[in-house]
Design a protein. Structure first.
Length: 414
């Protein structure tokens, strides 16, 4: 999905999910019915945000139905891909921006099997150098504005009076997918996968870390787990953290917070993602965690700028404020990655040149080599397949000192 300035990414199991399947090429869409009771006895309500939009002058809701996509492959090797697409956490970002046309998050599932069949990167099954080409692939759309963390319905004020409810149900959606897969492996395959690869792009990167415990609880015997967090560096403002991620936050992210990762939420915004990597890294020593970003990622800079200026939307796209936020964001992002590398033994990062957002499902995944000449696809392949040996390409790789894009820095171009 291309990210534009106006749209960024951007019951029991058997009866609850009741899949309706339609296919194009080799992808299948599976519609998740709601509500349902999960295997832990928790009532779940999968849904998309229900964001407002203007239609012929009337405020109407976007489609709230949630669905995910599956492509057949070797069930012994499972890929779960968490998509991204912005975020919202107050009336300005959830309601006002949507009604003004400056949409800051994807509000509904609009992907199709035919569209997914055209994705590159980890989804390109025709490339021999793609280490995931034979995996059973599962694509989790993102439509809740909550980084796949939410489990709460929150009402926000409309500009002309009244309230509008946003369904921050990202975590419930993930649980619906995990329950489906657990049922599939138990009843259709007969044994769990030998390898699970989690890839999260943008908002999805936060989702794979937050939902990691829920995954391993459903597949407790799988030790070979690999995680790639793509363009999700966790440089957010304290204001966003307090509004959305505290115990009473609008997303309800702590209502289902697994005790294994609860400590990562104790030290505020700046330490959330490093804390998640560190906690999971030491809790699951057989797993491997990789983090990728470009040094001046324009979309991450934009959201950092927005979250730092919530009360001043005129600053969100202002070139001066974007530049200042960009300099702060890149400094903090690099410090965070190096700090995580020093404290988490099974973590590596790849810091690439430039400002383009995301790489994992684009063709650039195979051509990226700006971090010391290391090819990203080799770095990723060694994270998945290679033993711990000297000479592995899975090591901390940086574009320093040549991190600026060759054409010059322009953070106003999204």
């Amino acid at each position: 999905m291309e990210v534009s300035r106006l749209t960024l990414c951007a019951l029991l199991v058997a009866t609850a999910l009741a899949p309706h399947v339609a296919s194009a090429d080799d992808w299948q869409r599976i519609d998740a019915a709601a509500p349902f009771v999960d295997t832990d006895g928790v009532f779940r309500t999968p849904a998309c945000s229900g964001s407002p939009r203007l239609e012929e002058g009337e405020v109407v809701a976007t489609d709230t139905d949630y669905a995910f996509f599956v492509r057949d492959g070797d069930p012994a090797r499972l890929l779960l891909f968490f998509d991204g697409g912005g975020a919202c956490w107050d009336a300005g970002t959830c309601i006002d921006a949507a009604l003004d046309g400056d949409v800051l998050y994807y509000p509904e599932v609009d992907e199709t099997p035919a569209e997914l069949a055209g994705f590159g990167g980890v989804f390109d099954i025709d490339r021999a150098d793609n280490p995931l080409r034979d995996h059973l692939q599962v694509y989790l759309p993102y439509c809740t504005g909550d980084l796949h963390l939410g489990a709460r319905d929150t009402s926000y004020p409309l500009p002309d009076g009244g309230d509008w409810t946003i369904y921050h149900r990202g975590h419930d959606n993930v649980i619906a997918v995990l329950e489906y897969l657990a049922d599939y492996y138990a009843n259709e395959v007969g044994e769990p996968p030998e390898e699970i690869v989690l890839v999260g792009a943008s908002a999805g990167g936060y989702g794979v870390l937050y939902n990691y415990p829920a995954l391993v609880q459903r597949f407790p015997g799988v030790e070979r787990v690999r995680v790639l967090v793509d363009s999700s560096n966790g440089v957010i403002s304290e204001d966003l953290f307090e509004r959305a991620l505290e115990a009473d936050g609008v997303w309800g992210a702590q209502e289902n917070l697994d005790p294994e990762i609860a400590s990562a939420f104790d030290d505020g915004a700046g330490q959330l993602v490093p804390g998640l990597f560190n906690t999971l890294g030491w809790q699951y020593p057989d797993a491997r965690f990789g983090q990728y970003t470009r040094a001046y990622d324009a979309v991450q800079v934009l959201f950092f700028n927005v979250s730092s200026n919530l009360g001043n939307p005129e600053r969100w796209f202002d070139p001066v404020y974007l530049l200042l936020s960009g300099l702060e964001w890149t400094t903090r992002a690099r410090a965070s990655m190096w700090g995580t590398a020093f404290t988490t033994w099974n973590y590596r990062f790849y810091l690439a040149q430039g400002q383009t957002h995301m790489v994992s499902f684009y063709d650039d995944f195979f051509s990226e080599d700006t971090a010391g000449g290391i090819e990203l696809v080799d770095w990723f392949s060694d994270m998945i397949e290679r033993r711990w040996t000297f000479g592995s390409d899975w090591r901390n790789a940086s574009c320093v000192p040549a991190c600026l894009p060759p054409e010059g820095l322009d953070l106003t171009t999204l």
